[in-house]
Structure formats: structure tokens, C-alpha cells
Design a binder for this molecule. Structure first.
Ligand SMILES: NC(=O)c1ccc[n+]([C@@H]2O[C@H](COP(=O)([O-])OP(=O)(O)OC[C@H]3O[C@@H](n4cnc5c(N)ncnc54)[C@H](OP(=O)(O)O)[C@@H]3O)[C@@H](O)[C@H]2O)c1
Length: 250
């Protein structure tokens, strides 16, 4: 057995900035290995334990195959624990559905729902039956549970992640040593995505002022604080008991 050499690996999508970058930084700081998947490299992060796979998750087929093949090539003995953190997400133009370009809508669903589904499928297929802890985290949103006008594609992708987690949790529960999966709302975080929400056109996006007020009121979590909560949730002994959760849950 090569257990002395085995590593804890997390695959983190959207790790170039915002929440994903902070998650990658904190996992590296505690000695874990990270594969970061995004178009750009994680800003200002470098470590011998960090690999960046450049990929546009609007077309996740090739990177999903790469993930599958990488895990199979390394083999079970290489790892002590594995986590796939599907964090990348995008919002389309903030406006009623009929006013948004079709390609823009499709991109939000491809990056926000199709890519996590394909990567999760590849991760589960590559590691089927492995005895080590295997966790999948889907970064969802309160907006997957509460609808918001002006962001229908985003709401749909996030609601899709929640139900994806519920269905996969049933499948994995039926497997010996199945993986654990949670679709997690991460709180409200001071990132580029929040800047987009605040700078939308008020007429097309009725909730713009609510996001501006959250910012003015200092109610946004820093990416570092949100990442610490997300990792705290990932570490919970009961991770996966509830397939749909919120970091703000007790
Ligand atoms: N911020 C909030 O208040 C909030 C609230 C609830 C949920 N969330 C969720 O939390 C997650 C992180 O959000 P954030 O606020 O940190 O967002 P962000 O600052 O906008 O960062 C988005 C990340 O996703 C990556 N990404 C976007 N499009 C991509 C593509 N086509 N291919 C590959 N990577 C892509 C970006 O990397 P590249 O541009 O380098 O590709 C970037 O690293 C998202 O799923 C978001 O929906 C955020």
C-alpha cells in the first residue's frame, strides 16, 4: 500500500477569482492539492500543489474527459480523499427572459448546470467503488430556491443544481461506499458577480437596488470568509445528509 504518499485533492472550478479562488487558496494553505479549472489562471496563486487546467466551461466535454482520465491514471492509491467543487457560475444579462440574447442564456446554463453535471459524472465514473471519501459540492444560490425577476437563466441553473444533487444522492446512497453530494448556497459575497448585479439597469432588473443596499450596508461576506464557511461545510461529518443546504444552516 502506498498510503503514506496519498494526497487530498480538490478539483475547484471557477478558481481564478471570487469565491473559487479563495477556496483554492485556503485548501492549498492547509496542505491539500488543487486542480483549478477556469479560463484564466488563479490570480496571484502559486504552489507546487496547484495545477491550473485552462478550460471554457461553456463546452465542458473535453475537460470532463480529461478529469476522468487523470483520476483513472493516478488510481485510488494516489489519494486519501477527493472533492469536486463545482463553483463556476455566470449570470446572463440582467433583464426579462425575452430580452436576453439566446446565446447568453444558453451560456449561463452550460457553465452553471451542464458543466457541473458532466464533471460530476466524470468524477463519479472514474472513482466508482473507491473506498476513500469522495465528495461533490455544487455551489448553488438562494436564487435556486427563491425566484428573482431579471435572472431566469441563473435561477433555472441553480434550481437544476439542487435537484441534480437530490437525484445523485439517491443513486450514490444505493452504492457501496457511494460519494456524498450537496448543492450548497454560499451566502452573499463581495465578488465580480455582485458588481454585475449592482450595475444592472434598474428598469430591466427590479432587484438591483436590493443588491446595492446590501453592498452599502456592508452586508456582503468577503470571499475569504465565504470560502472558510464553504470549507467548514465540506468538512462537516454530516456532509451529504441533506443534499440541498445553505452555509447559513446551523
Ligand atoms: N457572489 C455571490 O453573492 C454569490 C451568491 C450566491 C451564489 N454564488 C455562486 O458562487 C459561485 C462563485 O461566484 P463568484 O461570485 O465568486 O463569481 P465570480 O467572481 O464572477 O467568478 C466566477 C468564476 O467562474 C469562472 N467562470 C465563469 N465563466 C466561466 C467559463 N465559461 N469557463 C470557465 N470558468 C468560468 C470564472 O473564471 P474565468 O473567468 O477565469 O473563466 C471565475 O473564476 C457561482 O456559482 C455563483 O453563482 C455567488
Amino acid at each position: 500500500m502506498l498510503t503514506g504518499m496519498s494526497i487530498t485533492l480538490s478539483i475547484v472550478t471557477g478558481a481564478s477569482r471570487g469565491l473559487g479562488r479563495a477556496v483554492a487558496e485556503q485548501l492549498l494553505a492547509r496542505g491539500e492539492h488543487v486542480i483549478a479549472i477556469s479560463r484564466r489562471a488563479p490570480e496571484g496563486l502559486s504552489s507546487p500543489r496547484l495545477q491550473h487546467w485552462s478550460a471554457d466551461l461553456a463546452d465542458a466535454a473535453a475537460v470532463s474527459t480529461r478529469l476522468h482520465d487523470h483520476l483513472r491514471a493516478q488510481g485510488e492509491q494516489a489519494f486519501a480523499a477527493l472533492a469536486l467543487i463545482n463553483n463556476a457560475g455566470v449570470i446572463s444579462a440582467l433583464a426579462p427572459l425575452g430580452e436576453v440574447d439566446g446565446e447568453d442564456l444558453a451560456r449561463a446554463v452550460r457553465v452553471g448546470l451542464e458543466a457541473p453535471m458532466r464533471l460530476t459524472a466524470a468524477f463519479l465514473a472514474a472513482t466508482r467503488g473507491w473506498a476513500l471519501p469522495r465528495k461533490v459540492l455544487l455551489v448553488s444560490s438562494g436564487l435556486g430556491r427563491r425566484a428573482m425577476a431579471g435572472s431566469a437563466s441563473y435561477c433555472a441553473a441553480k434550481a437544476g443544481l439542487d435537484h441534480l444533487a437530490r437525484a445523485v444522492a439517491l443513486e450514490e446512497a444505493a452504492q457501496p461506499q457511494g460519494a456524498r453530494i450537496v448543492s450548497l448556497a454560499p451566502g452573499v459575497i463581495d465578488t465580480d458577480m455582485q458588481r454585475q448585479l449592482r450595475s444592472a439597469e434598474a428598469q430591466a432588473f427590479p432587484e438591483r437596488e436590493r443588491f446595492a443596499a446590501l453592498h452599502r450596508g456592508g452586508q456582503l461576506d468577503s470571499p475569504a470568509a465565504a470560502a472558510a464557511r464553504l470549507i467548514g461545510y465540506l468538512d462537516r461529518a454530516d456532509f451529504g445528509v441533506n443534499a440541498v443546504a445553505d452555509v447559513r444552516d446551523a
